[in-house]
Design a protein around this ligand. Structure first.
Ligand SMILES: [Zn+2]
Length: 421
């Protein structure tokens, strides 16, 4: 039986043979497990294959890496969202929540995966009397949130944590989880725990990147890494939510993180809000993008293979003519891109990244050193491969003073490989 005909169990609807693989990204390390050069021996890696369920349409990793491996990454996670774009995004999410939900005065807000409290602080600006509580798995980041005045439980949101929330808040009026559900192994269990502590007319707000129609449109295969278990659509979220007793009453597409889906859900048995036309609009857009069939996924995989072929042809031609390369940006997505394309230290002398927490480490799997951007002056390179291609405009702008001088060209890998001279 060929790989594409093999069927495996679905983590969404539980169907025992629902998932059909459509994209094999090879053996991959954990995307966020940047490591010191002294620790590369014995680095774990696992097959990364993506499939879709024929019943509930949930795009998922066919065989996820062991939980103990990915959980370690979250506990040690040190990424705090920075930059005006994200701050603005969370302020606008807070406004949207207040506008769509119209919470009562003194409402109880719970944010799951609350990071440093960014969303809850924005809620507080609009509802100073609200009671707020965050739950954050990284103990270090939970401590930062408390320093910023947001009560935060350090830990994963599981049944004992839900009990702790109940002790501290009673029932919850608005529960939110942004960039969370796509990392959860038992998503229905998490949603049921939220359902248990939600007030009868309470609302659950979910937002997540890796919205599949956007991933497909941009051929953004690097969206997938071991820690990201699913790429959602409204079509696949609705059956998950239904299993936990929720019904979606409002949905929005957001441009943030390369394309995200925001949904508002209420308890099926006691929610009182009217279902807005936005839900049907998103659903029909998804049907037009082919998310309910298999062909759109197969076509995506064909385009991914074509990108790799073109990118390697470009890089090899420039290297054969004596060109040297460095990478720009070391996001977790770059881990997948480099490993899948087989680009490592034989091609890239180094990767520049301005996050001081990553400098001095090497990329997972391919072990390319990560250095400050001053390296571009100290060790000039002929070509720059933009791994953080979602920030293309910004990066091409930053490199402008060097172009035509030390830098001969910039290679942008996606949505289609391109050499910018
Ligand atoms: Zn399914």
């Amino acid at each position: 039986m060929s790989a594409s005909e093999r069927r495996t169990p679905c983590r969404g609807c539980g169907s025992s043979d629902g998932v059909r693989a459509f994209l094999d990204l090879g053996v991959q390390p954990l995307g966020n497990a940047f490591l010191p050069p002294t620790e590369v021996a014995g680095e774990p890696s696992f097959p990364l294959e993506i499939g879709v369920c024929g019943r509930c349409h949930l795009v998922q990793i066919v065989e996820p890496a062991p939980a103990e491996a990915t959980n370690r990454v979250y506990r040690n996670y040190s990424y705090v969202p920075t930059g005006e774009t994200l701050a603005r995004h969370y302020r606008s999410l807070a406004s949207d929540i207040v506008e769509v939900v119209r919470p009562r005065a003194g409402a109880h807000f719970l944010d799951i995966g609350s990071n440093d409290g960014l969303l809850l602080r924005s809620i507080r600006e609009r509802r100073p009397e609200a009671e707020l509580l965050g739950v954050e798995p990284s103990t270090r980041i939970a401590a930062i949130a408390r320093e910023k005045g947001i009560p935060t439980i350090g830990g994963f949101f599981d049944a004992p944590t839900a009990e702790e929330v109940r002790r501290r808040l009673g029932t919850v009026d608005v529960a939110s989880a942004t960039q969370v559900l796509q990392h959860i192994r038992e998503p229905v269990a998490l949603l049921r725990s939220v359902h248990d502590i939600l007030a009868p007319d309470g609302v659950l707000v979910l937002e997540g990147r890796a919205y599949f129609p956007d991933v497909a449109a941009k051929v953004a295969f690097d969206t997938f890494y071991h820690e990201l278990l699913y790429a959602f659509t409204l079509h696949s979220l609705e059956p998950l939510l239904a299993q936990a007793g929720f019904v979606v009453f409002h949905a929005e597409h957001q441009d943030v993180y390369g394309g995200s889906l925001r949904v508002f859900a209420q308890r099926r048995e006691s929610g009182t809000r009217e279902v807005s036309p936005s839900v049907d609009t998103i659903r029909s857009g998804e049907r037009a993008a082919g998310v309910t069939g298999f062909e759109a996924y197969a076509e995506f995989a064909r385009r991914v293979a074509e990108v790799r072929r073109k990118l390697l042809a470009t890089v090899r031609e420039l290297a054969a003519a004596g060109g040297t390369f460095a990478g720009y940006g070391a996001p977790s997505t770059g881990t997948t891109l480099l490993s899948y394309c087989g680009l490592g230290t034989e091609t890239l002398a180094y990767i520049v990244d301005d996050n001081p927490l990553k400098q001095g480490l090497v990329t997972p799997g391919t072990h390319v050193p990560i250095v400050p951007s001053s390296a571009l002056t100290e060790r000039p390179t002929d070509y720059v491969l933009v791994l953080a291609w979602r920030l293309r405009e910004e990066i091409v702008g930053r490199l402008a003073p060097r172009r035509g001088k030390t830098i001969k060209g910039i290679v942008v890998p996606l949505p289609t490989p391109e050499l910018v001279r």
